[in-house]
Design a protein. Sequence first.
Length: 240
Amino acid sequence: MKYAIFGDIHSNLEALEAVFEDVEEQEVDRLFCLGDLVGYGANPIEVLERVRERAEVIVAGNHDHAMAGILPLSHFNEFAREAAEWTVSEINQEHIRFLGRLPLIEEIDDLSVVHATFVSPYEFNYIMNDQQAAENFEELDTSLGFVGHSHVPMNFLERDDIRYSAAQKVELEDGLRLIVNTGSVGQPRDEDPRASYVIYDDEKGVIENRRVEYDIEMAAQKIKDAGLPAKLGERLFKGK
Ligand code: ZN
């Protein structure tokens, strides 16, 4: 079975469609979404609807819950707040209810998905170092955990100790547990502007980060045309 795990789409329809094409080519069986469907980009409705059609599991990101009023916008920076206010004015009540009802964490077979951390999913903290990874492995009930939120793909491997790895491919072994950050579909921040997501192949025992080119020009132009902060389009070209 092949699983695609993806998140942080942030209303970037061009990036999402490119990832879905890649998912199709890779003959993925099941799709799980790590949240932050909306915020920043210009196509919240199309992204919401396409993800709902395709993903079997969707957990809430901080932007999703902010749109539904569960999180205050005050913890966002200026650009995120402006984009959130614009998004709320675009989507309808049903979309808002849908976002507000998304669960924070889900377990499916041997894997768990959460937007930010397993320690306290509702706080939307980051897993960026070995210490934070260790705390999260303690709370993780499965051998594999997938997260997003930082928009930077990375892996933490736990055997006797905890090891950070930026490898694009990780081979699974008995006794090895993993926390994998899948990076971001719609607003990568690791200086690689290509859309980022992960495929987990449980027959081959491989987890692979995939990078997919998409029409950044178009996504940035739409951000401009929508009257959203131009910086949100410009950063897509840099991937940071
Ligand atoms: Zn995000």
